[in-house]
Design a protein around this ligand. Structure first.
Ligand SMILES: NC(=O)c1ccc[n+]([C@@H]2O[C@H](COP(=O)([O-])OP(=O)(O)OC[C@H]3O[C@@H](n4cnc5c(N)ncnc54)[C@H](OP(=O)(O)O)[C@@H]3O)[C@@H](O)[C@H]2O)c1
Length: 247
């Protein structure tokens, strides 16, 4: 499990490097430009690193409000400043309370600790779960994930939210590079057991710049986890549906 300040700080420097030079126009709320057909949402981001920072930028670009969170929120002030007025900063508990939906993008081994520190704030919330247990980051949960599945394991440690697995299958560099590419956009397979949560997650995946494809329930969530058959697969929604036999 990761602790302390040194690594996150290094990652934030990297993220800030990616964000420097984003023209102001790029953060003009697209939802507002579209005449506000769909109201902007509030998204809590728990884990504002490679994945969380990248998605925060994409969602701000789409006009959503984000709360970036950290156990050391003061370290995120500069990142939020760069993202503009739609971004603010808080603790993980504050981000959980803030979000109409919450992205969890922290090392998998930190899930039990996060669940304890949130004190049930995620219960019933729509949570997009990008986490992957890896040998270096969360090996202690790997056996449980193998036995019970990653969907059930995430749901257990995150306090029984309305969980959707999303953004776990592609690297953050790919997300940053391929988001909103000219059609056909890149597909993002998502899984969940709750129809409304899947609808909301689909909207957020789309607003981040990808074509959501609901490929099943949490039972088959291993498909998009690291090492699963869809891990690293970059394809279109039509091709993904064809490959999986979905209509
Ligand atoms: N990187 C990728 O390309 C990629 C792709 C697909 C899936 N994933 C998965 O997505 C997750 C995040 O990966 P990442 O590369 O974005 O990680 P990262 O850059 O290392 O960022 C993780 C963030 O989690 C926060 N964190 C760590 N422990 C925490 C805790 N106990 N409570 C609250 N926050 C905590 C850290 O913030 P503070 O220390 O400031 O609190 C840190 O900023 C991982 O599970 C990874 O396997 C990553």
């Amino acid at each position: 499990m990761e602790t302390g300040r040194s690594l996150p700080f290094a990652r934030r420097r990297h993220l800030l490097g990616l964000l420097v030079g984003i023209p102001l126009a790029a953060t003009t709320p697209a939802a507002l430009r579209q005449g506000g057909e769909r109201p902007a949402m509030k998204i809590g981001i728990i884990g504002a690193g490679n994945i969380g920072g990248t998605l925060a930028r994409l969602w701000v670009k789409a006009g959503h409000r984000v709360m970036l969170s950290s156990r050391h929120p003061e370290q995120l002030t500069e990142l939020a400043r760069q993202l503009g007025p739609l971004a603010n900063v808080g603790t993980p508990a504050e981000a959980a309370a803030f979000g109409d939906a919450v992205l969890v993008a922290i090392p998998y081994g930190s899930y039990p600790q996060l669940g304890r520190s949130l004190g049930g704030a995620l219960a019933g919330k729509v949570v997009l779960d990008a986490g992957n247990p890896t040998s270096s980051r969360g090996p202690e949960l790997a056996d449980e994930v193998r036995a019970n599945g990653i969907g059930a394991t995430s749901r257990k440690y995150l306090g029984n939210p309305r969980l959707v697995r999303a953004f776990s299958n592609l690297g953050s560099g790919i997300l940053a590079r391929e988001a909103n590419r000219p059609p056909p956009r890149l597909a993002m397979p998502i899984l969940g057991d709750d129809r409304e949560a899947l609808d909301l997650a689909s909207r957020l995946v789309s607003d981040a710049g990808f074509d959501p494809v609901v490929i099943g329930t949490l039972e088959r969530a291993a498909d998009t986890a690291m090492g699963g058959p869809l891990s690293g697969v970059q394809t279109t929604a039509a091709e993904l549906r064809r490959r999986l036999g979905l209509n």
